[in-house]
Design a protein around this ligand. Structure first.
Ligand code: FPP
Length: 224
């Protein structure tokens, strides 16, 4: 959800104003998913690198996440959205983690759209944490080292119950991966749009998904 800061700057407003506008976009994009045939949507809310921002911006974002959960819980439940969080929860404040856990539990019976929110998430950090957990299993004698393959490691990732992404969309004109779903995106298609996240409408989302569906995906094999 990139471009909130620049969107605010263009309006001579503080960065948090942009994040608030960005938060309001999320509902529209989530609600657009069923009609577009999208069952799984993952949004990048806060990276393991975002702690480098000013303390004011970080605490403002944390407040926004708490508020988003409190405000949107009932609507998400009603709309059939199952919410999951990925990322390292250890560094997040206890109050926020409790709200995250509650929202996951509240929506656990939903199946219309699966919304995953990446919060204190980094692809490398995720692979490192997965490897640590796997190493414990090996050390405990539950898994033999020679049985460890890509599929084994994937079972220890935060995304273990989710399918790999088919399409990754980056807003705001940046053409970088920035540590997002590194392992899972091995065969994902990428789309880059200059649109800043607070301006990213369901219509633009639909156009991008439409373009994606025209692409031929070969997964390393030979095309027709
Ligand atoms: C990146 O844009 C955006 C973020 C780091 C925050 C994203 C958070 C929200 C939109 C709040 C919604 C939260 C939830 C849980 C739905 P940027 O600030 O890096 O933009 P810039 O590149 O223009 O500075």
């Amino acid at each position: 959800m990139d471009g909130n800061g620049r969107w605010a700057q263009q309006r001579n407003r503080p960065r948090l104003f942009g994040h608030q506008a960005g938060a309001r976009r999320v509902r529209e994009i989530v609600n657009a998913c069923p009609d577009l045939g999208i069952k799984y949507l993952t949004i990048f809310a806060f990276s393991t690198e975002n702690w480098k921002r000013t303390q004011a911006e970080v605490s403002g974002l944390m407040m926004l996440f708490r508020r988003y959960i409190q405000k949107e819980s009932q609507a998400l439940l009603r709309e059939g959205v199952r919410v999951r969080f990925i990322g390292d929860r250890d560094r997040l404040e206890a109050k926020l983690v409790r709200l995250m856990d509650e929202l996951e539990t509240l929506t656990a019976g939903n199946d219309r759209v699966h919304l995953t929110i990446a919060l204190n998430y980094g692809g490398r950090d995720e692979v490192a944490r997965a490897t640590r957990r796997l190493a414990h299993e090996v050390a405990a004698g539950h898994i033999r080292p020679e049985d460890v393959d890509a599929e084994t490691l994937a079972r220890f990732l935060d995304t273990c119950v989710l399918p790999d992404p088919d399409l990754v969309i980056r807003t705001s004109g940046e053409a970088r991966i920035s540590n997002f779903l590194l392992w899972q995106s091995a065969y994902a298609e990428y789309e880059f749009t200059p649109v800043l996240w607070p301006d990213f409408t369901a219509e633009i989302f639909g156009e991008i998904v439409g373009r994606f569906s025209q692409r031929e995906r070969r997964f390393g094999a030979i095309g027709h």
